[in-house]
Design a protein around this ligand. Structure first.
Ligand code: FA5
Length: 347
């Protein structure tokens, strides 16, 4: 035990080196047990004191106590080091709940969808039901039942994409008049929105696939004034209170009398001779309308002497063009997200 200070110093240095290399609390604890525990190295040295001559014992005891105190300091310092490191790691991984979040892109309803919803909501408020029908229709529903017999020239305007000899993609939503009346006794009050197809060349006013909103009211004593009132109200609900509606005489085989319905050009209100929306006329055409033809009522088993009705069919894209003052219908289908976002912001 004469070299006690030297061997204590070696043990202490080894211990300090191992403690500095420890990467977690468990390793530090293992070191403490291996050096300072009941069977640890320093404890074994302490046990040797008893074999020393009595005068040397106090000095040896003090040297060992000093070494143990120094090693406990080393342990404490390394515990602090590890605790500081894990606090720093936790800070690095911390989720800052006060940090402004990245807003997910929510999108918005397509302007055509929105105008269809708004038109339907207007009619629902007046007690109409919303009905949907097939986009592929037999020519019976598209033509014959609508008073357009084979070889009738009106078929040409509605010519569409034929899937079979007797089946085509519907060119208008008017077949829903027949389907509704065949299923229900009068009175009926429905709105039928949906896709339509025509082999029209695509330009600023035409698409080959577009949407129409069909309306039908049949009951006792229904007259043209009711139609005018409802469509006037629709335009004011969709475009604003100052909006006006104009009816021009027209022809549809399934209505008599028939009319084309126009609404005030929202862009120039008739005051710009070179207006890009209405061409200077001051009016935008929305679609056709009229009193349901007696032949159509008879076809579905209704008595034209007992009930009368009106119907209309508006182009939904034309409504959206009018509301958003867009001058080219193709803007609605060319997938330009910036354009759609601008209109979405006008919701
Ligand atoms: C009809 O389709 C009739 N079924 C409307 C009707 C219903 C009249 C009930 C009487 C009673 P028309 O072919 O005019 O009518 O079309 C109506 C509207 O659909 C047009 O005014 C226009 O707004 C829209 N439309 C027609 N073709 C296209 C197209 N290629 N692209 C975009 N919109 C169109």
């Amino acid at each position: 035990m004469n070299d006690l200070p030297a061997s204590l110093e070696t043990v202490r240095a080894r211990f300090a080196e191992a403690a500095a290399a420890a990467s977690n609390e468990e390793t530090l604890e293992e070191l403490r047990v291996a050096y300072l525990g009941r069977s640890g190295e320093v404890t074994a040295i302490r046990r040797g004191i008893g074999r020393l001559p009595p005068p040397q014992r106090p000095g040896a005891g003090k040297a060992i106590n000093d070494a143990v105190a120094a090693m406990e300091d080393v342990l404490a310092q390394n515990r602090d080091r590890l605790a500081a490191r894990s606090a720093q790691e936790a800070l690095a991984q911390r989720i800052d709940v006060t940090f402004p979040a990245t807003r997910p892109a929510l999108g918005s309803l397509h302007p055509v969808r929105r105008i269809i919803d708004d038109a339907c909501a207007y009619f629902e408020r007046h007690g109409f039901a919303i009905v949907l029908g097939p986009e592929l229709e037999p020519d019976y529903y598209n033509f014959d039942a609508l008073n357009i017999p084979a070889e009738h020239p009106a078929r040409e305007g509605f010519d569409s994409f034929w899937i079979r000899d007797d089946l085509l993609l519907r060119p208008h939503t008017s077949p829903m008049q027949i389907r509704t009346m065949q299923r229900h006794h009068p009175p009926v009050a429905i709105v039928a929105p949906g896709k339509c197809y025509r082999r029209d060349a695509v330009d600023a006013r035409h698409l080959f696939q577009f949407h129409q909103i069909e309306g039908l009211l049949v009951a006792e004593g229904v007259h043209f004034g009711h139609l005018k009132g409802m469509l006037d109200g629709l335009c004011r609900a969709l475009f604003g209170e100052s909006q006006r509606v104009r009816f021009r005489p027209s022809f549809f085989p399934f209505t008599e009398p028939s009319a084309e319905v126009d609404t005030t050009c929202p862009k120039c209100r008739g005051e710009a001779p070179a207006c890009s929306m209405c061409g200077g006329s001051g009016w935008i055409e929305l679609g056709g309308a009229g009193m349901v033809h007696p032949n159509v009522l008879r076809e579905v088993g209704y008595d034209p002497n007992a009930v009368s009705g009106w119907a209309f069919g508006f182009g939904a894209e034309r409504l959206a063009l009018t509301r958003y003052e867009v001058d080219d219908i193709r803007r609605f289908v060319d997938g330009d997200v910036d354009f759609l976002e601008q209109l979405g912001a006008l919701a």
